[in-house]
Design a protein around this ligand. Structure first.
Ligand code: NAD
Length: 415
């Protein structure tokens, strides 16, 4: 095999696997693989140089049988409708596996946010919100940050939405704390990835405090995963960002690195480490590899060179479906995205619940409830894998699709 199938085909293949093992009917399969609604818009923006540029924006609402649509908005040059659809489907299964009362959706704008000024990004975000507000809502569809978007982006969305519908903090999650964001939300996907990573280490007979960890990406997810693993005593030996990678086999000082990056530096500016090729980072010998940057980084081209014992998918679909087969065959334990990074949507649920109740939680409560939800999702997935055989990804999809299809039946969409 020399070519990887697309993210959408890979996601449908995972659903099909669950459809087969659960013995679901064809009618149900059609509902499971089709998005409910998709909107594509042109977004004309007056740029700082006086020219008008038209960007393309998307929202794919996959399934809301279990609750309002929920999913991030991504600003990335490769964002398109098909890609957004695949990510929206993953959200449906992530919310079902984490057992939070949401469905799945995703949004995107095809743009490189690093090339736009703050004022251009503000205008673009408001235009996107005005074009989509009729399909959003606290009980309809609740966006959150993703690659290339941030708490600031969510603040602009909330403000634009509020200008039509009145003050509505629950319209987005991942907001700044000052506007009703939740303590612990920003760190939650990385913290959750570390929680399930530690469970997988222990299940392999490796004590987390004696483990070696490699992390690709040092953004919202990667940095929080690194910090949590560091705090639990693990040896985080290598990390990267888009500009480069670094290694220190004695262990990186993660709090010092976090400080440097928060102050605007790149990972490769860190002095107490050696430079490393970005691709070489993925094939380092380690106990736990956390790809937490973008999708399709472990493919048929490098799968056979991976030496990690466990891979925790901090990013969405970093391991392609074809690479997954090679790695599972080789005995690598892959904790799939819909489990590994579900901490983001779990904490989003806590944020939304706090907004709806107008009652804020302490950080200690957010982290305690997050750890409980992550451990429960890990337990149910591991128990299914132990009982039925197969990988953690297979088990996660079986559990999630099982829950989703039950609700679809009860609502009467099928038979
Ligand atoms: P981010 O923009 O905060 O960080 C991304 C990081 O990856 C940055 O450090 C960037 O420099 C780095 N990066 C990008 N391309 C790279 C490359 N080719 N090699 C090495 N590093 C690279 O984004 P994020 O919010 O941390 O999201 C990362 C992934 O996690 C995405 O797949 C996203 O969909 C997923 N995710 C995010 C959340 C969330 O709430 N933020 C929740 C669940 C899943």
């Amino acid at each position: 095999m020399t070519q990887d199938s697309s993210m959408l085909d890979g996601t449908i293949a995972s659903i099909d696997g669950a459809v087969r093992s659960l013995g679901l009917e064809d009618d149900m399969r059609h509902v499971l693989i089709e998005p409910w609604r998709e909107v594509q818009v042109g977004l004309p923006i007056l740029m700082d140089d006086g020219n008008v540029q038209v960007f393309h924006g998307y929202r794919s609402q996959h399934n809301a049988a279990r609750g309002p649509y929920k999913g991030g908005i991504r600003y990335h040059p490769n964002a398109d409708l098909e890609h957004t659809r695949a990510l929206g489907m993953l959200m449906t299964w992530k919310t079902a596996l984490a057992d939070v009362p949401f469905g799945g959706a995703k949004g995107g704008v095809s743009v490189n946010p690093r090339e736009l000024s703050t004022s251009e990004l503000n205008k673009l975000t408001r235009r996107y919100t005005m074009s989509m507000h009729h399909i959003l809502g606290v009980n309809r569809d609740i966006p959150a940050p993703d690659l290339g978007t941030s708490a600031q982006t969510m603040a602009w969305i909330m403000d634009a939405y509020g200008s039509i519908h009145g003050h509505t903090p629950g319209i987005v999650t991942g907001k700044p704390i000052e506007l009703g964001g939740s303590l612990g939300r920003a760190e939650a996907p990385g913290r959750g990835a570390a929680v399930v990573g530690c469970r997988a280490l222990v299940d392999s007979g490796i004590a987390p405090e004696h483990s070696t960890v490699v992390i690709q990406g040092f953004g919202a997810v990667g940095a929080a995963a690194a910090r949590t693993m560091f705090d639990r005593g693990a040896n985080v030996i290598a990390v990267s960002d888009v500009d480069g990678a670094i290694i220190n086999t004695s262990g990186l000082d993660i709090p010092a690195l976090e400080k440097l990056v928060t102050e605007g530096g790149s990972v490769s500016d860190f002095t107490n480490a050696d430079a490393l090729d970005n691709d070489a980072l993925l094939t380092l010998e380690c106990d736990l590899l956390i790809p937490a940057a973008i999708e399709d980084v472990i493919t048929v081209k490098n799968a056979a060179s991976i030496k990690a014992k466990i891979i925790v998918e901090g990013a969405n679909r970093p391991v392609t479906t074809d690479a997954d087969e090679i790695l599972v065959e080789a005995g690598v334990n892959i904790i799939p995205d819909i489990l590994a990074n579900a901490g983001g949507v779990v904490a989003s649920y806590f944020e939304w619940a706090q907004n709806v109740q107008v009652f804020n939680w302490e950080l200690e409560r957010v982290n305690r409830e997050l750890d409980r939800k992550m451990n429960e999702a890990y337990d149910v997935t591991k128990a299914h894998a132990d009982r039925n055989g197969g990988s953690m990804r297979k088990a996660a999809f079986d559990v999630a699709v099982g829950r989703g299809s039950e609700t679809i039946k009860i609502r009467g969409y099928v038979g």
